[in-house]
Design a protein around this ligand. Sequence first.
Ligand SMILES: [Zn+2]
Ligand SMILES: [Zn+2]
Length: 236
Amino acid sequence: MPALPIKLAENVWRIPTLGSNLINSFVFEEPDGSITLVDAGMKGAPKKLIGSLAAIGKKPSDVKRILLTHAHYDHTDGAAAIRLSTGASVHAHVDDADYIRLGRRPPIGYPGPLGRVFAYVGTRMRSCEVDETFSEGEVLDVAGGLSVLHTPGHSPGHCSFLHSQSGVLITGDALFNFRDKMSYSFALFCFDPKLSRDTADRLGESEYEVAAFTHGPEIRRNARAAVREFLAKRKG
Ligand SMILES: [Zn+2]
Ligand SMILES: [Zn+2]
């Protein structure tokens, strides 16, 4: 029995594809009932996503777009299968698009021996065609407007998304909330760990009520204050 999508706000849902919130995808619904997915999970995720959407009466053909926050396998490995089974177009930031097309993870910039080991582990991903690219400041035509916040560092083209209409921020991997504990993305997975922390700081500047994380549960109330408190503590 697939999990029911978890409603975050009007026309916005979360669907976990691993555990109850270890890896999440997000769903935006248009007035005509069509769907945009944010992130496609690992290779087992498509079945869960399609099943979960079916539980709220959605057909595969209702999925029109798949936005990818960045080129890491836990976000992109399911993309090609969903694209194929739904006919949806795939969209990613221009700086990560070729990594997704080639199925290559961006380099890891963690220093020292551990970084050198990780540089050679998990470099292959499932490739997926990217039909369109986006970049900083664009407002995508998704559910009344979805703003692209380029938050590079975790990967070169990593993006967060802000849906002002519903007050939902999707952090992607710019911030984690594993086990309800907010953190910067783990440095060992980052293209440029320092840049990732620096650009995550901009997430304290936008206006939103709900913060939705790829990794971990959402914060449903006063999320901006919680994010700002975390960022201030880290800087202080
Ligand atoms: Zn990642
Ligand atoms: Zn991730």
